[in-house]
Design a protein around this ligand. Structure first.
Ligand code: ACK
Length: 786
């Protein structure tokens, strides 16, 4: 006996519900069979005949739907098979079977205990062919036993609740062309509303500009590796790939494509850059506006073209603005020192929009102004180099004396080579000179001395006139006489017999005026006689004097070292023992540089002009008063000369209401200081004489004078530091001695110390009153902290 009467009602209600609610499937599922959408007979085979029964019902759109049902719950030993038609599997290796069914609860049926079942079995059979006619049970492989579970859907049918179950099973690793499904009923009351067979795929997608096609998931749960292909107008950067997972999702994107040059990424594709924009790098995501001084007129530009007169060298990135050659350097400043010249200049006002401005120096040698010039050739040295200077400064040495040179200072930058425009340079003319002070011979008599002199070989022809200055030794230097001659010898007469005279000579040349050479002391004879002094004798004298200086330096150094020693070991030593005597000796080194006493100038202001640079007061900023000098206040401040770095300076000023002699003496110190150039001699930066107060500007020494510095830091220095300081002072003193300058007041208060503990000799004042204390001229006390 069957409960056949319940099926139509049950199936109709369920299918109505089902057809309205669940006819759309996820996009990553590809349906191989859907019993709901079959228009005609499903053509499924049921065996035996009284088992599964096909029933057609209409859905809400009056479309017929095929369902199968069986309900032989009162009979024992039920074995009813229902087999689907052949299902081709396509590319799928794993398929899913979704079945929707109702299953009556045996408890709800009267008198069925012992025969009623609440499960059925599902099977499959793989085959390459669709010609299976009968059901051969033993060919089929069991997929699962299906029972109604908790996840069914409830449908109200009058006062009862019908439950629509959905179960999904899968078959993996299919390898034949198709397969059959079969449902085995063993005595349950089932209505099979829908059977859907599908496989899953990873749907086509674009990731990182690579296109990944529809990909069927793998047979087991392994991931399927898929290579992507770059979308139009893009290129592979790093091989793009992804993995298609068993449930149809894409995983682990690797690699990527980039839009090719001139294209940018937009909406998963590559669009051309618009005119005025460019894209020069693959890895840039977007087009960017053309850099300064460049343009693009076309779509999809990979770079922008420079405007006329502007260039972009290969070494510049395409994103760099186009630039042009710099303008010429300007404001050249020359410091000519005989056959060497320091050239400084201001960088070009227009750098061309670049930071890589460099300078080349081109040299020409010219006979006389307006005459033909020739290249300078080798032999000249440029420090740091002649070409590719990165700073606006060069030292040129080994020039020929008394020669006119023209130097072209050319400014270049990274695009100068690309430009066909004229070179950008300024020309400076330099005329070299040289000290001419070689006295070859002299002839002496009771009241005259004849000097013969000759400039160094190279300059011989250029000498126009020799100038001799002489005065009686031990007399005030103010009583000097100047004589000039165009000849290469000169007789100085009217001299006192048996008297020593000091001579110095300089040459006026076509290139200008040289500087005075070293002092020569010559003595007139007591009676008429002729003496020839051979140059060899002078050399011997020079060597002996040099030896004397070295001995002197050695003594000074020993003195300083022993002084420090006393400070640490013999702390209570008698200060008198520290006395050191300096003999005021004149040293004559023909050819060496010698200091010129300002009093040898008729006009002391000329000495200031010759040896000290006039500084515009607007370049000085006075900051604070640091002490009181002999002529007025000493201040610290800053000096900023055009095209130079700002530096700290000490500023000595001449108090108002000074007498002319005080002004002369005050500036005399600058005339002296300006002749020195040594790391242990205080450096003169310049003077202000054109406005009041008159000032002397020197380098700033952060630690002030040595005596107060040592007192303040008593016991804080290492032996090495102290000896280093003392060596510096000795070196400065040796230099002064080599310059024939006698300091006369070497004392710790006259030594200044900078922040690096470098000691420098200072105080070259002229106003020392030697007459009052004759010893002061030759003796100095050097008190360390003993
Ligand atoms: O011992 P101080 O600090 O060092 O005090 C005196 C003061 O000015 C009067 O001479 C100081 N002084 C002089 N010249 C300089 C200089 N170039 N740098 C720093 N301080 C200086 C000196």
């Amino acid at each position: 006996m069957s409960f056949w009467w319940i099926y139509p009602v049950l199936v109709t209600l369920c299918t109505l519900f089902y057809s309205q609610a669940l006819r759309t499937y996820p996009s990553n599922e590809v349906t191989l069979l859907d019993s709901m959408s079959a228009l005609g007979d499903l053509g499924w085979v049921a065996y035996p005949a009284e088992g599964w029964e096909e029933i057609s019902v209409m859905d809400e759109r009056n479309t017929p739907m095929r369902t199968y049902q069986v309900c032989n719950v009162l009979e024992i030993n039920q074995n009813n098979w229902l087999r689907t038609s052949w299902i081709p599997r396509g590319n799928a290796q794993r398929v899913y079977i979704e079945i929707k069914f109702t299953l009556r609860d045996c408890n709800s049926l009267p008198g069925v205990s012992g025969t009623c079942k609440e499960t059925f079995n599902m099977y499959y059979y793989e085959s390459n062919y669709s010609n299976l006619r009968h059901i051969q049970e033993n060919q089929f492989i069991k997929i699962d036993t299906i029972a109604a579970d908790e996840s069914f859907t409830q449908v109200d049918v009058g006062d009862r609740v019908m439950k629509l179950n959905t179960e999904v099973r899968d078959i993996s690793n299919l390898y034949k062309k198709g397969f059959y499904l079969a449902f085995q009923d063993v005595g349950a009351c089932i209505a099979l509303v829908s059977v859907r067979v599908f496989y899953k795929k990873c749907p086509s997608t674009i990731r990182n500009l690579a296109l990944f096609p529809d990909t069927v998931t793998g047979g087991d749960s392994a991931l399927v590796e898929v290579k992507g292909s770059c979308v139009n107008n893009s290129v592979e950067f790093d091989a793009p790939k992804m993995y298609c997972s068993a449930d149809g999702g894409w995983l682990v994107p690797i690699g990527r494509c980039f839009c090719k040059l001139g294209y940018e990424e937009k909406k998963n594709g590559c669009q051309p850059c618009l005119p005025g924009y460019y894209k020069a790098l693959l890895t840039d995501a977007h087009c960017t506006p053309c850099p300064a001084h460049s343009f693009s007129l076309q779509d999809s530009s990979a770079e922008c073209t420079c405007e006329k007169g502007f260039y972009r060298p290969e070494t510049d990135p395409k994103s760099a603005a186009c630039s042009r050659p710099p303008s010429a350097p300007h404001n050249p400043m020359l410091t000519v020192n005989e056959t060497a010249v320091i050239m400084e200049w201001s960088p070009p006002e227009d750098s061309g929009g670049r930071k890589d401005v460099t300078y080349n120096i081109h040299c020409r040698r010219c006979q006389l102004e307006g005459q033909k010039c020739n290249p300078c050739g080798s032999g000249i040295h440029y420090i740091p180099r002649q070409f590719g200077l990165s700073h606006p400064r060069v030292l040129i040495t080994d020039l020929l004396p008394y020669t006119n040179y023209t130097f072209d200072i050319e400014a270049l930058n990274g695009v100068s080579e690309l430009s066909s425009g004229p070179k950008q340079f300024i020309s400076v003319n330099v005329t070299t000179s040289q000290v001419v002070n070689v006295i070859l011979k002299e002839r002496k008599s009771k009241d005259s001395i004849t000097l013969a002199f000759q400039g160094p070989e190279k300059t011989k022809d250029a000498v126009v006139e020799y100038e001799v200055i002489y005065y009686e030794k031990n007399q005030k230097e103010q009583n000097y006489t100047i004589l000039k001659t165009k000849s290469s010898f000169m007789t100085v007469d009217g001299l006192k017999p048996g008297t020593t005279y000091v001579f110095r000579v300089r040459a006026h040349t076509v290139g200008g005026q040289g500087i005075y050479g070293g002092e020569i002391e010559l003595e007139t004879s007591t009676e008429d006689m002729i003496a020839i002094t051979d140059p060899n004798q002078i050399t011997i004298l020079a060597i002996s004097v040099a030896g004397g200086i070295i001995l002197l330096i050695f003594l000074v150094t020993c003195f300083f070292v022993s002084g420090r020693h006393c400070g640490y070991i013999k702390a209570k030593q008698d200060p008198d023992e520290d006395k050191m005597h300096f003999q005021h000796g004149r040293v004559k080194l023909p050819g060496s540089r010698t200091y010129i006493h300002p009093h040898t100038y008729e006009d002391p202001n000329q000495a200031v002009r010759d040896f000290a640079k006039e500084i515009d007061v607007s370049n000085i900023r006075i900051e604070r008063v640091i002490g009181a000098g002999e002529f007025g206040e000493v201040c610290s401040g800053r000096l900023k000369l055009p095209s130079k770095r700002e530096i700290c300076v000490a500023i000595k000023s001449l108090k108002v209401g000074y007498a002319e002699k005080q002004r002369r003496d005050f500036l005399g110190e600058a005339s002296i200081m300006g002749q020195f150039d040594h790391p242990n001699i205080i450096r003169l930066e310049g003077v202000v004489t054109k406005c009041k107060p008159v000032m002397i500007i020197t380098e700033y020494m952060e630690n002030g004078s040595l005596d107060s510095f040592l007192k303040k830091h008593d016991g804080q220095f290492t032996v090495i530091q102290l000896v280093g300081m003392l060596r510096g002072i000795a070196s400065g003193m040796k230099y002064l001695s080599d310059m024939n300058y006698v300091h006369r007041d070497l004392a710790a208060r006259n030594i200044l110390v900078n922040s690096n503990l470098v000691c420098k000799v200072s105080d070259f004042g002229l106003s020392r009153v030697l007459e009052d204390d004759p010893e002061a001229a030759y003796t100095t006390r050097f008190h360390l902290s003993c």
